[in-house]
Design a binder for this molecule. Structure first.
Ligand code: ADP
Length: 590
């Protein structure tokens, strides 16, 4: 690049010299030669006029070769004396008697007309250009002409000398031009090279360097403009980078899935949440057709509709893979000014909302059903009694017994529901203090004693004396253990075993675990993860028969959560169910 620039500048200098030197030479040569010949002609004219004044009358008989020879000696020019009719009367160089008539010579013709004349002709005798100047002689006798001629080899010599000087001058100018061209072009090339390097750096994203601005010539102005451009470019890129980072942070932090397609329905933006929803990675998502990336016909329809109609389209969408989720999808056309640029898809996760809605509906249905059963029984037997059964003593007692049992069940149900709703509303204030699991366990066991004895169940309570106390609300802890132990006794067949034990969890010295194991039927594996849901029963009829409300474990789960503890239920390795309750240990060991 550098060499090419230098070569171009030097060559243009050379071209200039190559054109200027011959033009100068031609111009000088013509002018100088013309001046020279004019001056010589003037001189010869003066001399010829002086000679003409000295001449004797030019009669036909005059023989003037000698005289002409004398004048040649004085003037240095060839002198020819011609009569008015053109005969040569005397010549300094030739024998005039043998010379032809000179009346037709151009200089003589001119002199005859205007007093003097000149001409340049090639002399075949001397083989050089000659200048001829003739003046007419009028003073004496019949008149005639005096002609002086000089070879122009003086002029040629002078011109040769001038040509040599011009050539020498041209050579000097040529060399000076080359030197100047090299120096100048090197300076320019150095500055241009600097700019080329600078623009390369800017193009590669490095905006740190600046061009030096020493001169205020065009290159200097260009350099300072380039510096200004780099500063502006750097500021703009910084601003765009900041905006992009902010946008990415916003999109990345959004709980909604966001995807943007371009006019050709290719994905240009897909935030983290959206990629997670569909199990996609970034590379396989961007710049690919939407239909290839998201294989969900409902979503594809929504995006296509928003794309075609250029208006907001919303709809509910179910996603099955990688996990089943429900979304509210909104597709908005993306407008850049007036023109359509693509579609923005926003997915709002409504899975939890839907689950809550379903749970609420189920709960209402369950509560209604649970309440309806005892109320129907109470109503039915009360009506029967009123209809006359009151008088049948035996039946009346039995019916009243059923009414009492159902009203008790109703009351238990309402009590349990109230407990759950209070816990959920945060109305249950726990009085947390160190409580001995052994003491509470013994109290519950005592309460259930008659039923345990009735069923012939063997109850083992083995809570070591030195077991750390747990942080709990004593009354609520009592309720939890009662619900769990009551279930164990309820579902364990006659003659079975129930074991209550406690231990400090391995690797977690701050946690105390209470285990209630029984030898009952255990829990079907598919129900295990759902235990703790309200009204969940493995065998509803049996549960009701046993006086259960289907809310016992839900209360346990809620209360354990409120205690900051854990609730887990599993099947024992051989037979029966095991409930594991994890409590935070109290700091003191007393
Ligand atoms: P319920 O009032 O019906 O006992 P719970 O919430 O206490 O309601 O228990 C829910 C269901 O879990 C019960 O209906 C029963 O099917 C099952 N279950 C609870 N504890 C046991 C257990 N120890 N052995 C077998 N099944 C149990």
């Amino acid at each position: 690049m550098r060499n090419r620039l230098i070569t171009k500048i030097v060559l243009s200098y050379l071209a200039l010299v190559a054109v200027a030197a011959p033009v100068l030479w031609l111009f000088l040569f013509g002018t100088i030669k013309g001046n020279f010949v004019d001056r010589l002609a003037d001189n010869l004219n003066t001399q010829a006029t002086l000679i003409a004044k000295e001449l004797p009358p030019l009669t036909d008989e005059a023989r003037l070769d000698g005289l002409a020879g004398n004048y040649k000696g004085l003037t240095g020019a060839r002198v020819t004396i011609i009569s008015a009719d053109g005969r040569v009367l005397g010549d300094s160089n030739d024998d005039s008697s043998r010379m032809e008539n000179h009346l037709d010579r151009p200089e003589v013709v001119e002199a005859g007309r205007s007093g003097w004349g000149s001409a340049v002709r090639y002399s075949h005798t001397l083989k050089i250009d000659m200048l001829y100047v003739a003046v007419s002689v009028k003073e004496m006798g019949p008149g005639g002409f005096v002609r002086l001629s000089m070879p122009l080899n003086y002029v040629e010599e002078a011109m040769t000398s001038i040509t040599k000087r011009v050539l020498a001058g041209a050579l000097v100018i040529f060399l000076a031009s080359v030197a100047l061209g090299v120096v100048l072009s090197r300076r320019i090339a150095r500055r241009v090279d600097g700019m080329v390097e600078f623009t390369r750096q800017v193009a590669s994203g490095d905006f740190s360097s600046r061009l030096r601005v020493d001169d205020q010539d065009e290159l200097g102005v260009l350099a300072s403009n380039l510096n200004g451009m780099a500063v502006q470019l750097s500021d703009k890129i910084d601003a765009i980078t900041r905006e992009k980072a902010t946008l990415e942070a916003v999109l990345g932090g959004m709980v909604e899935g966001v995807l943007v397609t371009d006019r050709d329905q290719r994905v240009i933006v897909a935030n983290r949440r959206l990629r997670e929803t569909f199990g996609l990675n970034k590379e396989d998502t961007l710049n690919r057709p939407f239909l290839e990336v998201i294989r969900n016909s409902k979503l594809s329809d929504l995006v296509r509709l928003a794309h075609d109609k250029r208006e907001l389209v919303t709809g509910e969408v179910e996603v099955q893979y990688p996990e089943p989720l429900s979304f509210m999808a909104g597709c908005v056309p993306l407008m850049m000014g007036e023109s359509f640029a693509g579609v923005v898809l926003v997915l709002h996760d409504v899975t939890r909302l839907k689950a809550l809605e379903t749970a609420r509906r189920d709960f209402v249905a369950n509560v209604t059903h649970e309440l309806k059963t005892p109320i129907s029984a109470i109503q039915g037997f009360a009506e029967t009694l009123l209809a006359g059964a009151l008088d049948e003593k035996e039946n009346a007692r039995r019916f009243l017994g059923i009414i009492e049992a159902n009203s008790k069940r109703l009351s238990r149900l309402i009590e349990d529901l109230l407990t759950i709703s209070k816990i959920e509303l945060g109305e249950v204030r726990l009085q947390m203090r160190p409580v001995s699991l052994g003491n509470v366990g013994a109290e519950v066991a005592a309460l259930l004693g008659p039923r345990i004895a009735e069923k012939g169940i063997r109850l083992d309570v083995s809570i070591p004396e030195d077991m750390p106390r747990v942080m709990a609300d004593r009354d609520r802890l009592y309720q939890v253990i009662l619900n769990v132990l009551d279930n164990a006794v309820k579902y364990t067949p006659v003659g079975g075993t129930v074991t209550v034990s406690a231990c400090v969890e391995a690797g977690q010295p701050d946690m105390v675990e209470l285990l209630v194991a029984d030898s009952g039927p255990g829990i079907p594996p598919d129900v295990l993860p759902r235990l703790g849901e309200r009204f969940l029963r493995v065998d509803p009829a049996r549960s009701r028969e046993l006086g259960g409300t289907g809310l016992g474990l839900a209360i346990v789960k809620h209360l354990m959560k409120a205690h900051g503890g854990t609730f887990e239920m599993d099947n024992a390795p051989r037979k029966g169910a095991v409930v594991k309750l994890g409590f935070r240990a109290a700091r003191d060991k007393s």
